[in-house]
Design a protein around this ligand. Sequence first.
Ligand SMILES: Cc1ncc(COP(=O)(O)O)c(C=O)c1O
Length: 457
Amino acid sequence: MKVEVPSYYEIMQLPDLPAFDYQPQPYHGPSAEEVLRLRRQFLNPGIFLYYKRPLMIVEGKGQYVFDEQGRRYLDALGGIVTISVGHCHPDVVAAAHHQNELLQHSTTIYLHPNIAEYAQKLAAKMPGDLKVCYFVNSGSEANDLALLMARAYTGNYDVIALRNSYHGGNAAGMGLTAHRTWKFNVPHGFGVHHAVAPDPFRGAWGRDDARAGFNYAADVKSLIDHATSGRVAAFIAESIQGVGGCVVFPDNYLKHAYEHVRAAGGLCIADEVQTGFGRTGTHYWGFETQDVIPDVVTLAKGIGNGAPLGAVVTTHKIASAIAQRLHFNTFGGNPVVCAQGAAVLDVIEREKLQANALRIGNQILGGLSTLQAKHNIIGDIRGKGLLLGIELVKDRTTKEPATDESAHVLESCRDMGLLLGKGGLYGQTIRFSPPMCAHEKDADFLLEILDAAFNAL
Ligand SMILES: Cc1ncc(COP(=O)(O)O)c(C=O)c1O
């Protein structure tokens, strides 16, 4: 199907989406205009929409989604880094469907095989002594629980997080997050101190500096010495900052930061909500790309391919610290989401999606470098596997963020059948995180469309 495009693209030869043998179902629901009206009248006004002409997505298959008119788009944002194995993967759907028919809910006060078997399977993917799983419903909840665990275990209070981080929208997550966009002007995040973001593009030490990781980590030590009693409960970091615009830390940053934190009695928490489950390509977990083993790992998003599932994984020793009180979460480890989570692990393995993330990610990265040579507005390209970003700047010397241009590129790509994300404090970074089943032809399509969007700026 040739995509419908606004007139200024008509003169260009735009590529078709790769062929895909799937027919979406006819849509009989309310129109996009009606849904927008209902949202405005009955939904939280704080939720935001992408695109001037809001997009309504009613079906998804693999790496593609369909709007209510049956138009197909390449979902290169993956439901904000959540669709790991592909939209409505048949195995994941079947697992959820089977469990939905048997028993939808029981809670952990009774035995159920799914939660126990899934915990075993998930723990088997973790290195070292990370063998105890807690199940929750979201990444924010996982981070909240991880903080509780660190404080209960260490007896310390202060927490070091990073500037430019995103860790969730509840009180704990908002406190850890360091982006004004997501922070309400209310008390939150008691005891949280934010270290300098180890951002080689905007920070003091760049990629050409072999000691950059060491130098950025020194700020963690300085913060511990100046802002706390010298003893801390935890250090938390995403393994690549996602919402912050796909910021990849210099080599050895986490290694040195962990040393400072452990010397101050703290636990090291890796927020793997975006970087887990093979997405970085070279490793199953993002922290492995920095050659560290954390004490606590928090998971969500891609873990369930769309199911409301989050998890915290830690060691038996640390887990025992929060066994001093009862722990209960009504939906955490629900039989249906555990069935779905287990199916996701199997699909990643069987379909070798980690290797595919590396291959397709490298193909996209290579194409992005070609685009960077052609379009001055691309200040930086970065990422690992299928977690990639390009930072747009008005001027490569001043690095002034090109916020409007980034929004414009997103709009034009959507018009041409490509859905992308944006991140960074100013929305200046375009993000790519398609489902890990994306194909070479999808990468070609993405690059050609992006080129057309830059040409049209
Ligand atoms: C790195 C990271 N941690 C935590 C969260 C919060 O997850 P949730 O939205 O499931 O609460 C997010 C969400 O975007 C995230 O990107």
